[in-house]
Design a protein around this ligand. Structure first.
Ligand code: RFL
Ligand code: PHB
Length: 389
């Protein structure tokens, strides 16, 4: 088989890239290791930046998001002094869209089906060959049969555990990492959200977040030690702990019910540089991971797709190689901005086991500054709604 761009991974990065390229007449083949149902079963991000919302509209798959998504003009931070609001609208005249990653992915698959794009599921043993040559190709196995895809370019959209990043020789790639000494225990429940907007809580017992997917579906998280196992947490224990950490005005009226999903995610910051190697480009989680505190993971994947799709469209349309040659540097500049913000939000909102009393006072002072100083809130709002592309 021959195509112009072979895309490894059928998560949000791979599907969005495929959709944007196909709409400009560029041929793609998407190779996904898992089944479609498996990919759609993942519960992940819930907050979309303005840039991602714009890209989904451009990709022709925003119809349902525009009806069912919830624009939020602010969020709340809760500290030992009480709760205060970060008003995105008045601070930076922007908003974010609350619409789940699962729904985004579902809409992307539907859009790919509509235009007849090639998405191959259950593709095993995907391997990248000769990415530095002018004739790269990708091999995979499906139903016991070996296949080969010859292409011009390869987009590695295969997440943190994929093969694409590992294809870049260790002498070429440099990795930057911080692992945090805690995880997030998250649940999804068919209950009305506890508050109209998201509530991020810094509490002496640890961080908590009240988020949502819709008027009838809530998503909640609590910070837990890395040694905790999901089986150790009954629903009742989760609700009791969440209630302790959220401010009383949110916790008391909060509806509870059985969890329909429960999992623990570790928190890390990770960047791989460079994000290109010959004709291979890394996109999304394949190249970087952020802790979820700033709600940036999915949004960063979208900004990579923005830069790479523009670059490939300029190349195929006008023979312009500039965007292709500078993809890594352009994408990394914005990635490091979001890395800094996610690290900062994680640092001010969590309780770190090794924190000294001095560290604790500094954290309290930082939160007080956010509460009292408008320019501090503006900087946070600017980053939360997303830096411009
Ligand atoms: P994905 O979504 O991981 O998709 C990669 C796809 O590639 C496939 N794949 C392969 N295919 C072929 N061959 C191989 N060898 C392959 N290896 C892997 C995988 O099956 C998968 O379908 O990466 P992508 O598209 O870059 O999208 C990134 C986002 O998914 C990610 O940044 C966010 O979900 C991160 N994230 C969160 N982000 C937020 O903004 N807010 C959140 O609340 C949030 N919660 C989360 C998260 C990520 C989590 N992970 C990764 C465990 C919660 C969790 C649990
Ligand atoms: C979520 O709804 O899953 C969510 C929202 C905001 C975050 C992280 C996760 O910062």
């Amino acid at each position: 088989m021959r195509t112009q761009v072979c895309i490894i991974g059928g998560g949000p990065s791979g599907l969005l890239l495929s959709q944007l390229l196909n709409l400009k007449g560029i041929e793609t083949v998407v190779l996904e290791r898992k089944s479609r149902d498996y990919v759609l079963g993942r519960i992940r991000a819930g907050v979309l930046e303005r840039g991602m919302v714009g890209l989904l509209r451009e990709a022709g798959c925003a119809e349902r998001m525009d009806i069912e998504g919830h624009p939020h003009e602010g969020c709340n931070l809760s500290t030992q002094h009480g709760m205060f609001r970060i008003d995105f609208k008045s601070l930076v005249n922007e908003e974010v869209m609350v619409y789940g990653q699962t729904e985004v992915t579902r809409d992307l698959y539907a859009a790919q089906d509509r235009i007849g794009a090639t998405v191959i599921h259950d593709a095993a043993d995907v391997a990248i060959h000769d990415p530095k040559s002018d004739a790269p190709y990708v091999t995979y196995r499906k139903d016991g049969v070996e296949h080969r895809v010859d292409c011009d370019y390869i987009a590695g959209c295969d997440g943190f555990h994929g093969v694409s990043r590992q294809t870049i020789p260790t002498g070429v790639r440099q990795e930057f990492e911080r692992v945090y000494p805690f995880g997030w225990l998250g649940i999804l429940s068919e209950t009305a959200p506890a508050a109209e907007e998201l509530v991020y809580a810094n509490h002496p017992r640890g961080f908590a977040l009240a988020s949502m997917r819709s008027a009838t579906l809530s998503r909640y998280y609590v910070q837990v030690p890395l040694s905790d196992k999901v089986e150790d947490w009954t629903d009742q224990m989760f609700w009791d702990e969440l209630r302790r950490r959220l401010p009383a005005e949110v916790a008391e009226p909060m509806q509870t019910g059985p969890s329909i999903e429960k999992s623990i995610a570790p928190l890390r910051s990770f960047v791989c540089e460079p994000m290109q190697f010959g004709r291979l480009f890394l996109v999304g989680d394949a190249a970087h991971i952020v802790p979820p505190t700033g709600a940036k993971g999915l949004n960063l994947a979208a900004s990579d797709v923005h830069y790479l799709s523009r670059a490939l469209i300029a190349f195929y349309g006008a023979g312009d190689r500039q965007g292709i040659e500078t993809y890594s540097a352009t994408a990394l500049k914005r990635i490091w901005g979001a890395m800094r913000f996610s690290w900062w939000m994680t640092s001010v909102l969590h309780r770190f086991p090794e924190a000294s009393e001095f560290d604790q006072k500094i954290q309290e002072s930082e939160l007080l500054q956010l509460e009292e100083v408008e320019s501090a809130r503006r900087t946070m709002a600017l980053n939360y709604v997303g830096l411009p592309y």
